[in-house]
Design a protein around this ligand. Structure first.
Ligand SMILES: [Zn+2]
Length: 236
C-alpha cells in the first residue's frame, strides 16, 4: 500500500493502509464519513491491471496481442481494429511501463481530498525548489530543466472521496489515470478525453489518435478493461 494522506480526521484507513500524516487541504469531510475499504482494493486492481497488460504485451509482442487487447486499444487508443502499429504499440507499452514502475515505488503517496467541484483526481506539477514544492513530492517523475528552463517535479496523486466511493472499476481507472500523469506525463483533453463512468464512452467526440496515445483516461480504461476481460470480471 502507498502512504495515504487524508484531508480530515474522520476518515477510516483501509485495511493494510498506513496514514503517514493527516493531510490538510480544503474543506473537511462531513463528520463520520469514511473511506470505504475498497480504496485498497481499487489501488490493488490498478496495479494488477498494469502488470497484466504489460506482461501480455511483452510476452506476445505486436503480432501476438489477443482480441481482448485489440478491443480496448481500438476503443480507447483509437488504433485500427486490427491492432496498433509498431510505433503505437511501443508508445502504449512505454507509458504503461513508466507508470507501473512508479506505482510500485515504496515511496508512493496518495492524497484523498473532499469532492468539491467536479474533479475526481489530479496531479500537480511543481516548479523550483520551494519548501511547499518539496512537501508535495514523492519519488517519481522528475524533469531536469534545460538551459534557462525551470525544472519541474510531479506532485502526489490526489483522489477525491467521490472518486474512491465509485465502483471499484472506476476507482481503479482513476488511480491508473492519475498515475500516468505523474509517472508518464500524460495529458487530459477535456471532455473529448474523459469517459463516462457508466458506459465508458468518451464524453464528447473529437479526440484524435495522437491525443488518445497521450490521454490519461485512455490508459486507465485500456489497462482496467483489459485486465477485467482477461479475468472474466464485470466491465461496467
Ligand atoms: Zn487527468
Amino acid at each position: 500500500m502507498p502512504k495515504l494522506y487524508f484531508s480530515g480526521g474522520n476518515l477510516k484507513v483501509p485495511e493494510g493502509g498506513q496514514v503517514h500524516v493527516q493531510y490538510s487541504y480544503g474543506a473537511v469531510f462531513k463528520s463520520g464519513e469514511t473511506v470505504r475499504e475498497g480504496l485498497a482494493d481499487a489501488i490493488n486492481e490498478g496495479r494488477l491491471a498494469l502488470d497484466a497488460i504489460i506482461t501480455h504485451m511483452q510476452n506476445q509482442g505486436l503480432s501476438g496481442v489477443n482480441d481482448n487487447f485489440k478491443r480496448w486499444a481500438t476503443r480507447y487508443m483509437l488504433v485500427d481494429n486490427a491492432g496498433p502499429s509498431q510505433e503505437e504499440f511501443n508508445t502504449i507499452l512505454a507509458v504503461l511501463k513508466l507508470t507501473n514502475a512508479g506505482v510500485n515505488n515504496a515511496g508512493l503517496s496518495i492524497k484523498v481530498y473532499s469532492s468539491k467541484g467536479s474533479s475526481r483526481g489530479y496531479v500537480t506539477t511543481y516548479f523550483g525548489n520551494s519548501a511547499a514544492s518539496k512537501s508535495h513530492r514523492t519519488p517519481g517523475m522528475y524533469n531536469p530543466g534545460e538551459g534557462d528552463m525551470k525544472s519541474g517535479v510531479k506532485g502526489d496523486i490526489h483522489m477525491s472521496v467521490g472518486g474512491i466511493k465509485a465502483k471499484q472499476l472506476i476507482s481503479a481507472k482513476l488511480f491508473v489515470h492519475e498515475a500516468t500523469h505523474k509517472f508518464a506525463n500524460t495529458a487530459d483533453f477535456g471532455e473529448k478525453g474523459y469517459t463516462n463512468d457508466g458506459t465508458g464512452a468518451f464524453r464528447e467526440s473529437g479526440l484524435t489518435k495522437e491525443q488518445a496515445l497521450m490521454n490519461a483516461d485512455s490508459y486507465g480504461r485500456l489497462a482496467v478493461h483489459f485486465y477485467r476481460g482477461e479475468n472474466n470480471m464485470a466491465q461496467w
